[in-house]
Ligand binder design. Sequence first.
Ligand code: 13P
Ligand code: SF4
Length: 370
Amino acid sequence: MATDRREAPDPPLFESNEPSPPLAEIREGIARAKARLGDRVVILAHHYQGDDVIESADFVGDSLKLSHQAAHRSAAGYIVFCGVRFMAETAEVLSSPDQTVFLPNPAAGCPLADMAGLQQVRLCWEALRSLWDDGIAPVTYINSSAELKAFCGRNGGTVCTSSNAGTVMRWAFEAGRRVLFFPDEHLGRNTGVSLGLPTKAICVWDPEKEALLGDYDQARLILWNGFCPVHGNFSPRHVEMARKRYPGVRVIVHPECPHEVVRSADDAGSTEHIIECIHSSEPGSRWAVGTDIRLVRRLARQQPEKEVFSLAESVPPCLNMGKIKPLSLLRTLEGLLEGEAVARVRVRPETAKWARVALERMLAITRTRR
Ligand code: 13P
Ligand code: SF4
């Protein structure tokens, strides 16, 4: 249970004691290892990975796309996940029993996911149940531990990603339930507001004070007060400055940004949505983008006929996504060739069973609704 809300200091990297060979040599090593492993391995990478990792990936996507990939579209026995721990755990939970999942740097976590611990959520759940009995659906953002996903599975709830948060919340509301949403307050609020919830219907649970803030008589949506240290850094002032400096600019942000930022932007959506919008825009268009700067710079390089830049250059990239390096990927692949389970991700079977219930429910909701 971690409650430190700052980005933790960078722990020693997986390969920290090893002097790094030149990148060209690492690249060759990765290509050779991939060729030897053939279709026994699939490399998945999140959009926030660096180009030097993305270039070795078989599939690149946002959390939802990569969950689908792990659940249904990979026959490979080894899934190497270049992302952060909760993503690799999700792949482990959704993959079949004869597949194993690897995270090339075990120190790649997500501070947002760490802002809600199982004991804290249980305590909140008991407090809410004493108010409303069983009319509450627990919904966890995919950026959370497998234990929290299992908690949702056990208690009739589910998971969402930034691509399907609205669809999932509607599923609960239409069944007449309130929603307890954790750990990202901003995504929860942005989604609730986009579904038309009035401000007074949104309350916040403060896990430190163990208290519900707001008018709980009116509450339909109860938010955990976690946030992403990257997206939480964007502010309405950045939007204002971009509009002043770049006439005609369109501002697009990730829904993990604070509500005031989303409200003043032209559009908000998951990384996949952002990519689609920019790719389908006309040449000459200008975009200020509020998400991980590695992705923004890649989009700018891929589309020189458009002006694509970060909404705030001062917001640093996700430290944890950056912990996966080409060398750690190479060591993981070499481990597979030598039959060593280097950096294997494991989820306890009972936890995996219930986390799968919650995740499969999410995939079913997404399949059957829009
Ligand atoms: P996506 O669901 O858009 O991939 O976002 C994941 C994430 O961690 C964003 O910070
Ligand atoms: Fe977690 Fe934020 Fe990094 Fe996404 S960008 S992995 S939410 S810390």
